[in-house]
Design a protein around this ligand. Structure first.
Ligand code: ATP
Length: 255
């Protein structure tokens, strides 16, 4: 198991935001975390990269329960929903920051590091934008820059919070297909997604969060039955098999 969350509880501002959360993600799997607004998805991701300390439970990344920040950054990379760029850096400079956990304190990037940065820029279709100031990018370009930085980190586990929310259709599919390809090479991918149709299409397994608790975990076709879609997401929807691929059709909202 390359990512294991066991019995995690998180309290924020005096409220229980996560209760008894268990999630196991296997190496080479694309695992989707889905749930309505405020169900605790981002908070769960934040416990993985130690931005939030659970009141109870354990979080293990690549077999390590308690690692220092630098040690953690060598195995886990994360992108957040904040794509606001504040500093006057080029896309290439931001993506190069992904190499920092792998460099010694006084080391400069070597040829191998530059090649890894180029690969990350290419994989996210950003080579042509590499010398642009990140503050001048569109939301989608900035989102791809933060994914590229995470790829340049060459992690074993990649955690992404809503990686497609600013992307046009072509780039949504491009990024999710890239994540599938990386997972086929052994990367563990955990991501949150609001678009359940994309979650069904691209994720091997899903965990559904509902008011801070896991309502269901399993393959999309096992988890997203009509009752759960109505009870948790408030939509009338059904999964059908289209030429061997599960496809979600949403026909309305409940109530
Ligand atoms: N620092 C905080 N203090 C108090 N409550 C918080 C804090 N951070 C998050 N919360 C609350 O925790 C709950 C879960 O928030 P979280 O951002 O994890 O949900 P989410 O599932 O990612 O939502 P969304 O789909 O809207 O992004 C929300 O009710 C939110 O208001």
């Amino acid at each position: 198991m390359s990512l294991r969350v066991s019995g995690v509880q998180v309290q924020l501002g005096g409220r229980a935001v996560l209760s008894d959360v268990d999630v196991d993600v296997r190496a080479g799997e694309v695992f989707g975390l889905v749930g309505p607004n405020g169900s605790g998805k981002t908070t769960l991701l934040r416990t993985l990269y130690r931005a939030v300390q659970p009141a109870a439970g354990t979080v293990e990344v690549a077999g390590v329960a308690a690692a220092g920040r630098r040690q953690l950054a060598r195995v886990l990379a994360a992108t957040t929903q904040e794509t606001e760029a504040r500093a006057a850096l080029t896309v290439r400079e931001v993506v190069s920051q992904g190499r920092i956990p792998h460099l010694g304190l006084l080391d400069r990037m070597g040829a191998a590091d530059h090649a890894i940065v180029d690969d990350a820029l290419r994989a996210t279709s950003l080579l042509a934008e590499a010398e642009r100031d990140v503050r001048l990018l569109s939301g989608g370009e900035r989102q791809r820059t933060s994914i590229a930085r995470a790829l340049a980190q060459q992690p074993q586990v990649l955690v992404l919070d809503e990686p497609t929310n600013h992307l046009d259709l072509r780039h949504q599919y491009g990024v999710l297909a890239l994540l599938r390809e990386l997972a086929a090479g052994g990367l563990t991918v955990l991501l949150t997604l609001h678009d359940l149709r994309l979650a069904v299409e691209f994720c091997d397994r899903l965990a559904v969060l509902d008011s801070g608790r896991i309502a269901a975990t399993g393959a999309p076709a096992e988890v997203l039955d009509e009752r759960l879609l109505a009870d948790v997401f408030g939509v009338e929807a059904h999964l059908a098999d289209h030429n061997g691929r599960p496809t979600l059709t949403i026909t309305g909202v409940t109530g």
